[in-house]
Design a protein around this ligand. Structure first.
Ligand code: ATP
Length: 500
């Protein structure tokens, strides 16, 4: 019993001693001048470092002279750690930024996670420090508390973690934010005084997986795009601006616009849809180009109709457009021809190529390759020329998978044979594959397509017949003309005889 009471007493003594120490520490912190506090802190840290085999790097949340700018490095680390945090941390924070599609998870204060790089483990700690000096001036926007991440690793790994690992973190964060970023579709049709571009969210669902195209051609394009997007250092090494030009050509409905959406989605880029006919002149065009951001696809559709290349404005997309967009066609015809000239466009592209911004793809589309000035599409300006062609059997198989969820069917052979004979655009094939009513299944849709292809073949045969019949018709007309002429001549002769 006496033992217990002695133990109780010593606990009580220890408690009061601790309380006394804490009180003294609080007094010390409150009344000591800041320089003495900092000195004591640095001495304590030095003492601890002496026994410590770890190296520690601190990444504060705010940077800049007035500490009012969130550090880019801190934000990148936050993104990089979000994956690790959501998998391993016990206390998390969730935030939704304007640019992000989904909430971003990060470690809560004083949490830590472990990462591994080239077989070596590192520790990331999220910390918070209260600032002693309150903000007294209106202009001093120093926050009351500062958050920071601490990277802790063994001192033997100093070289690896101060260079390659930090580069790895930055690159991964960039990739992750590109994947998670809300992308935009910009247009110059209705910009305001503040920006020549207006924008909406870009949410086109097209992907290379669903694009109907020969698979090897598709793979080639995807490889080209991937190589471009990861070639920053290469472009810098060869002294060329980090830009690439694509020319998409082919009949209406072969997927040129769809391809642009695929490119943008594949690379995670924004899209700038440049309507040249709405650009007043060359200097406005330059201004627009200067306002485009990195990681973007700049598109000029139907370049042959948008630019006054020959002094005459061509009619837009002869077949499908006239049928599908009669109103738009009328509006287009009413629009004034833009004063942008070919040389203006070339100068802007070359200026864009070598000047401001980087990581940009410019795409021209046309239905009439033969009408374009060779200077506009020469290699170096338009590096990759892609023909968007009528639907092949391989392309049809992609559409059948997309629309009907079917990879094989007895009618596939018929479709294959017909597609070899008839030119039908992927847009028309897709149109025939869409169920017309709720009860239409794959059988019905494929039968519809076969019928449409047979009909198209019939029309093509008739056209050929007409062309063949044309010479006979011409002969007939010539014979009629001769008869009329003969009659007229004999009439004239008779008149002449009578008069004499
Ligand atoms: N290759 C393709 N793969 C998948 N879908 C396609 C393809 N081509 C066309 N389509 C379908 O047809 C529609 C029209 O195609 P799209 O507008 O991309 O053709 P386009 O070549 O740009 O035509 P235009 O020259 O008239 O602008 C698309 O919305 C898409 O549903």
């Amino acid at each position: 019993m006496a033992g217990f009471s002695r133990l109780g007493e010593s606990w009580a003594e220890m408690g009061s001693a601790l309380a006394g120490l804490m009180f003294m520490y609080a007094m010390f912190q409150q009344y000591m001048p800041t320089w003495i506090l900092s000195y004591v802190e640095s001495l304590t840290e030095k003492l601890l470092d002496y026994f410590n085999t770890n190296v520690q790097i601190t990444f504060p949340e705010f940077s800049g002279d007035r500490m009012n700018k969130r550090s880019r490095l801190y934000l990148a680390i936050e993104i990089y750690l979000s994956g690790l945090a959501s998998a391993h941390a016990r206390r998390l924070k969730a935030d939704m930024s304007k640019k992000s599609k989904t909430p971003v998870l990060s470690m809560d204060d004083h949490e830590e996670v472990t990462d591994e790089f080239q077989g070596v483990k590192v520790r990331w700690v999220s910390s918070k420090k209260e600032n002693r000096r309150p903000s007294i001036s209106l202009y001093n926007s120093e926050p009351d508390e500062t958050r920071f991440y601490k990277l802790v690793f063994h001192r033997n790994e100093r070289d690896k973690f101060t260079t390659s690992y930090l580069r790895h973190v930055m690159e991964k964060a960039k990739e992750m934010s590109a994947r998670n970023r809300q992308r935009k579709l910009y247009t110059n049709n209705s910009g305001d005084d503040y920006s020549p571009w207006s924008s909406v969210l870009f949410e086109h669902p097209a992907s290379f997986e669903t694009l109907a195209m020969d698979p090897s051609k598709k793979r080639e394009i995807m490889n080209d795009l991937k190589a471009f997007s990861s070639s920053k250092d290469y472009y810098a090494k060869i002294g060329k601006a980090w830009k690439r030009g694509y020319l998409l050509y082919g009949p209406p409905g072969t997927g040129k616009s769809t391809m642009i959406a695929c490119i943008a989605n594949y690379l995670g880029y924004d899209v700038y849809d440049l309507e040249l006919t709405a650009v007043k002149n060359n200097s406005q065009l330059r201004e627009l180009m200067m306002e485009t951001s990195s990681k973007s696809v700049i598109v000029i559709e139907d370049i042959d109709c948008s630019l006054n290349l020959t002094g005459q404005r061509r009619k837009k997309s002869p077949k499908r457009d006239e049928e599908d967009h009669p109103v738009k066609e009328k509006e287009d015809e009413d629009k004034e021809v833009s004063k942008v000239t070919l040389s203006g466009l070339l100068n802007t592209i070359d200026g864009l190529w070598s000047g401001c911004g980087s990581e940009k793809i410019i795409v021209f589309t046309t239905n009439h390759l033969e009408d374009l000035d060779p200077a506009l599409i020469r290699r170096g300006r338009m590096d990759n020329h892609i023909e968007m062609s009528y639907c092949s059997f391989e392309a049809f198989k992609v559409l059948a998978k997309n629309y009907l969820d079917t990879e094989s069917h007895v009618l596939f052979d018929d479709v294959k044979a017909l597609l070899n004979e008839v030119d039908m655009t992927p847009a028309d094939v897709a149109e025939n594959l869409i169920p017309k009513c709720g009860e239409d299944d794959a059988d019905t849709c494929l039968k519809n397509l076969v019928e449409a292809l047979q009909e198209a073949r019939g029309e093509a045969v008739d056209e050929v017949k007409d062309v063949k019949a044309e010479p006979n018709k011409l002969q007939e007309i010539a014979r009629m003309k001769q008869k009329v002429m003969k009659k007229l001549m004999s009439k004239l002769k008779r008149k002449h005889k009578k008069r004499n």
